[in-house]
Design a protein around this ligand. Sequence first.
Ligand SMILES: N[C@@H](CCC(=O)N[C@@H](CS)C(=O)NCC(=O)O)C(=O)O
Length: 310
Amino acid sequence: MSNPSRPAGAPEEIPYEQEWELYHNSFSLCSKKLRVCMAELGLPYESHHIHLIETGAYENVGRDYLAVNPKGLVPVLVHRGRPIYESHEEIVYAARHAGDRGRALLPEDAALRSEVDHWIDCASLVGDDPMADTHLRAGHCIPGLTVPIFATMVSHIPVREILKGLLTHPNKERPLIFLTLKLAGIERLPKLVPAMKLMRRSLKHMGMHLDRLGEQLDKHGEDWIAGASFSLADVSWMVILDRLVEVDWDGVLWGDDRRPSVAAYWQRLASRKSYREQIVDMRCEITRLGIDEVKRAKREHPALREALEG
Ligand SMILES: N[C@@H](CCC(=O)N[C@@H](CS)C(=O)NCC(=O)O)C(=O)O
């Protein structure tokens, strides 16, 4: 099988001990997608947790990890030493190597498969600018909608750690954004005009994607995106909806009887064992604090709530 998304300079082989190994981060949405996928497929793997600055340190741009992914991005899935890049391709690769369970999550029937592919794609972060084209992909709405929790999480990271990224991170924009969020704090988010613009656009477009998701669920009236069977499309959307809940967007997007099919779908996703074990139980302390602090800031500063939710 070809490996089309191998970044320039990436290795063809990585030293390994287990058939499957996963380089991932507890908070990263794409990493959660892989953890849930591997659990649903019943594939055990060796875990290599890599810190990003939002969880405490720029481990992803250290020499050791750049030897795994020269772009410094997680997740990377390694199969018998062969690295696979891009989470939406990694989950398909893993399913293809997981026998009957893989065929259940990635149907062979052509019509069903193209439906699953469509919903995987819509939930993906593709290309070098995953904040562009928010109208095309729900996944591209996620960076903008994550800003409030970035602001609370980064309040627990020392300035000196964030500054290190100016020397080491290949994308200097990232440390600068985190520094700005650290100095402003969540209360002053409404004053950060470009961030607010991105957030509002992302919220509007996420609403449109969720409308389509609701229509898809209503079309067949079954539990999951492609019908009665849980598939990789649901894995991909579990992590999208989880992120919206983490950042307290669920009320505005599917609370108070808005989008009831999406609300019911979320309840089904959240009650899966893979969700509990691979997402909830693996949240780090900084994320747990960040979740509470977004809610508290919105309670204590009605102007902030108004600016975010409009
Ligand atoms: N298209 C890639 C996106 C990977 C990506 O953007 N990963 C983020 C976390 S979700 C990351 O590693 N960010 C760290 C950084 O940019 O420093 C995929 O789907 O795997």
